[in-house]
Write a protein that binds this ligand. Sequence first.
Ligand SMILES: [Zn+2]
Length: 325
Amino acid sequence: MATIENSYFRNELEDRRKRLLSVTPAGESESTIRQLLVNVDAALSRLQAGTFGICESCHESIEADRLLCDPLVRFCIDHLSQEEQRALERDLGLAAGIQRALLPPANWSFDGWEARYHYEPAKLVSGDYCDLIESNGSFLFLLGDVAGKGVAASMLMSHLHATFRTLASQNLPLHQLVSHANRLFCDSTTAGQYATLVVGRAWPDGKVEYVSAGHLPLLHISPSGVFTKEATGVPLGMFCTTNYPVCQLSLAPGDSLLLYTDGLTEMFNEAGCEFGVERVHSLAKRHTAAHPEEMLSACLQEIRSFSAASKQTDDLTLLVLHRSH
Ligand SMILES: [Zn+2]
């Protein structure tokens, strides 16, 4: 394990050791505290011996996000005891329920606009982010992808959700909204944690503005063609002081926007071919007049037949915004 991580875990463990020693245990808690001290000392010895972070059963690396949450873990996820497995499944089930409750309503509409989305975690919880927020005669649409998967990514996803929900009520111009969110995200994450994200605002007259923080191209689908809109800035959380230029669009009645995460483009088939942005583009071209629900099911049908027997390895989210009148 890298030296910098070693010193991080050593500090963490020594801090925990101090805290345990400062407790004056009463009654039953005495043996618990004593056992915890033994476990902390054992973890410090593993650091010394160079076996910290290695599963005692299979000798592979233990998942980094689990070690960060609990430096005392000694087994990888595949080698937990049955009791630990059951506890973990219960926790993940709860986390998945909390995450589902953060999603916008399934059949969402707002003054001439309709939105439909598909949200599918690769496992129980997802690092993908999707939200729709009405604010001051317009609405915000947000779709993003937190780097990584699993519990750590899902916690950052709910953090983003809370940040944007709070900022949305303040009626800030879009570039300020994203800059604030970026700084808050930078302040509350560790190095290497970031999120790619599209944040947009749409009005009843079809006017749309958006920022794409390092996210995959969004597609403007209209009868005259499909237009690709590339990222306008770097991912959120990468640099604390950066600008997020805002782009403008105008959607006529019948036009749509398609947003997606890399669970779509990075889907592989059995031959090892990637689905890719080009396939999303040509798919959109074949469904320019589709209702958002049809667009979604066409996308899903196409990726299911493309990936057929391959297992979904990444979180997948699609969002279609449609200007109905
Ligand atoms: Zn193992």
